[in-house]
Design a protein around this ligand. Structure first.
Ligand SMILES: [Zn+2]
Length: 71
């Protein structure tokens, strides 16, 4: 058995996580995908797509959505 394929959660290139309540439109779960130079959030409930600002301090991840564009 090999145990060296998945080590920890510190992805180097791509990171995906779900933020419950992360959607500012409907308050639903937002799937966030971080890749080098690009962050994209997607709400599976209302299909809202955002480009949130995310920063990490220690183990805590903070998310900030830029102001919604007016329709
Ligand atoms: Zn939503």
């Amino acid at each position: 058995m090999k145990q060296s394929e998945k080590t920890g959660e510190q992805a180097t290139e791509l990171m995906e996580f779900t933020l419950s309540g992360g959607c500012v439109v409907c308050g639903g779960e937002m799937s966030v995908r971080m890749s080098p130079g690009a962050i994209r959030g997607y709400c599976g409930r209302c299909s809202w797509i955002s480009k949130p600002l995310i920063w990490q301090s220690g183990k805590e991840v903070s998310i900030l959505h830029p102001p919604l564009a007016e329709a």
